[in-house]
Design a protein around this ligand. Sequence first.
Ligand code: SF4
Length: 268
Amino acid sequence: MSCAPDDDGYPATAHAADTLEALDRRVVDCRACPRLVAWREQVAAERRAAFRDQTYWARPVPGFGDGTAAVAVVGLAPAAHGANRTGRMFTGDPSGDFLFAALHRTGFANQPRATGRDDGMRLDGLRLVAPVRCAPPQNRPTPDERRRCAPFLARELELLSPTLRVAVALGALGWDALLASLGEQGWAVPRPRPPFGHGKELTLRRSEGSGPAPTPTPPATALTALTVLGCYHVSPHNTYTGRLTPAMLDEVLERAAVVAGRRARVLP
Ligand code: SF4
């Protein structure tokens, strides 16, 4: 299934996807944002010299990880020469190198390095998601592009809701997109919306029966408490400057593991 560019109704049909696999298929076929479609394909045509012999993915990037995750990590958008090249969230760029190493140290990933979709990486109890699924120029999606893509994140969170206990938001944009999405799904997000902060923790609640508009296949159980954790984004701007250190990221992931009822494991 595909749609014409600027078909901004297409992501809105995300609610009809009754499994994560069905949602992923809708995501990768989406062409609703003309600017992002043009950019992801231009980057793939020009390529970076180091990847000259590779064929870029050049499509929207679906979520990656455990379909029964207790923890969701919410990023921002694919990187032009990272996920837009490899087709998997955070795979193939310095942000992903930093994140996957931490996921391995804390027991969520079976290996510390992600290089491509066939590298054997498996996530246990955790899923990587993003509010915007296409690489944006300068890593800056417009408000319209964020709004248009929002139904994909909303539906992914709904489909994960039977098991989801914690959402880790990477950076202020991830934080804002996550809280906006959760608010629309009936979670009691405080008003005014709490500002992002590294290490910030919120516990959101909703009563039985509240939530999004009915969908063809609603989640099997209603989650009534969700913890949201803030963490600086794993971008080189933050990690190269020491604003976000491996220890700081480990601490957030360990907290997520504890809240999710997992035994945190931190490798040296
Ligand atoms: S950013 Fe989202 S809504 Fe826009 S084209 Fe990509 S997948 Fe579709």
